[in-house]
Design a protein around this ligand. Sequence first.
Ligand code: NAP
Length: 247
Amino acid sequence: MSRRFSLEGRRALVTGANTGIGQAIALALAEEGAQVTAAGRRSCDETVERIAAAGGQGDQIRLDLADPMAATGLFAGAGYDLLVNNAGIIRRADSVDFTEADWDDVIDVNLKAVFFTAQAFGRELIARGASGKVVNVASLLSFQGGIRVPSYTASKHGVAGLTKVLANEWAGKGITVNAIAPGYIATNNTEALRADPERSKAILERIPAGRWGDPADIAGATAFLCSPAADYVTGAVLNVDGGWLAR
Ligand code: NAP
């Protein structure tokens, strides 16, 4: 029997895999049989330990994408066929007060690094005639404006566009490129929102599922997009948001 959701024999790199959504994705890919490299600017010991405890295969590397070209040397000869561009940052301030540093830092990690990491991954696959899959972590703010997060919103709109252009260029080469748009997920990224009783209440009331998302909610959808079951899915931005955008 073919196992269309299995990732046996795949080799995956997940950025920002020390915590939150990236950690949950690394774990899910390993649970489906992939050998996973957890990449983080800090130690990914916890992620690697959890993978091992679940019976999977994982290792780790240090990767600081404040230099958006930092990952470009990782792919040659390494055998990766799955890439999850998850690392991301957010800065909050009124648009009238927003600084150039808060613009550049966010665009570098969330957009420029996503492109050049995917480019290096795609180059390597194309050079060896191999197939593969890229999943970028986008956001509801790939579709909506948000409030007080101009560089984040610009970066995530950009991620949706990059996902589509790369999908178009690489579909004929056996490389799919998709994105996940997480809704409101309980991680470090949303700590400030959850700590603000008014914003937190307003957000929760608008989520049809009636709860914040869990990183594992994003991981399952990502594992699907990495699997053979999704071979004909490319250029998609999949909302995993408890119904937020349907409302
Ligand atoms: P998180 O817990 O803050 O995780 C972000 C990850 O990115 C961390 O591993 C972080 O490392 C890493 N990272 C940040 N800057 C980096 C750099 N310069 N180099 C390498 N890694 C770096 O938040 P999260 O919610 O899991 O975020 C994961 C992704 O989901 C992000 O792209 C985010 O925009 C997206 N997202 C989240 C939500 C949500 O509701 N949580 C919604 C939509 C989209 P450190 O731990 O060292 O900071």
